[in-house]
Write a protein that binds this ligand. Structure first.
Ligand code: NAI
Ligand code: MG
Length: 351
């Protein structure tokens, strides 16, 4: 509707990029019914909490959620529970969004924007399946304390149980099965107990997927291999922390963090769709953000949650055509603004 993206778009560039995605969805005339609610630092200011109960209730009722980004330097002094980032963590936890799909592939014509040599970048077509509701981001105990020697100390708990590992592993195998049939499980089993359990459980689940080729890789090696020879990866399954870091790294291999969409799914296929980037306060309000990651997230939403795969493919083809035409936002070395990029995609839909 009018003004769509103001609220669930969140902070920084969130509202700007969500507004463009909503324009693209509206242009497709799919009969979608949009509703919005405040989230993040914006919600803290208007409603006193980064994830107000009304916002959570609306998200729980919706068939799918399109999300921008949260994070606001003005909120840095707040206690952890009131910080904007708690909104996205709360949505993931409360809605049971345990699986995060992060595709990365090089769009035609973008090889020069990649941080990698063109022939290396050209081989990238991978999917990162990241566990999203466990690991060191949610494990307890956590906190700050003072040691016996009077030193300040911070601590977090890395933790997974076998059921959490098994369900993300199954999604990893299913995803690989729908792609090129190769699954690489990334862990740090040479050092971490959590990772040793992870490796054991993934190996056990593999017996159910004899058609998928499973490999294991340590996360430090995976970071290196992603840059050295990313074409070796088809589907990667990994935990919350390692997946967070590897997917930001993968984004630079395909040109910009402003290009990477994501889907966060529950056990029934309901999802929250967001760009992998954050609120980018350094470029907020300057019409400089690349909206394509959010527009591609909207396409994933149509495909995974709303049963509109044809419309999703139309959006993806329009984005590819716009990039192939040379149109680029600042993050890709161009001069096109956020709204003008939205215009280009809408024009390409009609072409
Ligand atoms: P960021 O992803 O917001 O920005 C990193 C760099 O990439 C910045 O230089 C930014 O200008 C650039 N960038 C990001 N998205 C872009 C786009 N669409 N177009 C062009 N350039 C883009 O990460 P950063 O700076 O670490 O975090 C900023 C805030 O966002 C923090 O408060 C952080 O906690 C939050 N954050 C929120 C996330 C979410 O809502 N899911 C995810 C990651 C960070
Ligand atoms: Mg991240």
């Amino acid at each position: 509707g009018a003004g769509a993206g103001r609220d669930i778009g969140g902070d920084g560039i969130g509202p700007d990029v969500v507004a463009q995605a909503v324009r693209v969805l509206t242009a497709l005339d799919l009969g979608l019914d949009f509703a919005e609610a405040p989230v993040g630092g914006h919600a803290y200011r208007v409603a006193g909490h980064p994830l107000p109960p009304e916002t959570l209730a609306l998200a729980a009722r919706a068939d799918a959620i399109l999300f921008g980004a949260v994070g606001d330097p003005d909120c840095d002094g707040l206690e952890r529970q009131l910080r904007p980032e708690q909104a996205i963590l709360g949505l993931r936890r409360e809605l049971g969004l345990f699986a995060n799909l992060r595709p990365a592939r090089l769009f035609p014509g973008l090889a020069d924007a990649s941080a990698l040599r063109p022939e290396v970048a050209g081989a990238i077509d991978l999917m990162i399946v990241r566990e999203l509701t466990g690991d060191v981001y949610f494990g307890t105990p956590r906190g700050r304390r003072t040691t016996a020697d009077g030193l300040r100390e911070g601590f977090d708990t890395m933790r997974y149980d076998e059921a959490e590992i098994a369900r993300i592993a199954r999604l990893g195998f299913e995803t690989a099965r729908g792609r090129r049939g190769r699954l690489c499980s990334v862990d740090k089993a040479n050092v971490l107990e959590t990772s040793q359990l992870w490796r054991d459980v993934v190996t056990e689940i593999a017996a159910e997927y004899s058609d998928v080729a499973l490999t294991h890789m340590y996360v430090d090696n995976a970071a290196m291999q992603l840059v050295r020879a990313p074409g070796q990866f088809d589907t990667i399954v990994t935990g919350n922390l390692f997946g967070d870091i590897l997917s930001d790294q993968a984004s630079m291999c395909v040109g910009s963090i402003g290009l990477l969409p994501s889907a966060s799914l529950d056990a029934a296929g309901k999802g929250l769709y967001e760009p992998i980037h954050g609120s980018a306060p350094d470029i907020a309000g300057q019409d400089r953000a690349n909206p394509l990651a959010t527009i591609l997230s909207a396409a994933m939403m149509l495909r995974h949650s709303l049963g509109l795969a044809d419309a999703a493919a139309r959006i993806e083809a329009a984005v590819a055509a716009v990039l192939a035409s040379g149109a680029r936002t600042a993050d890709l070395g161009g001069t096109i603004g956020t709204a003008a990029m939205g215009d280009r995609v809408i024009a390409a839909l009609a072409a």
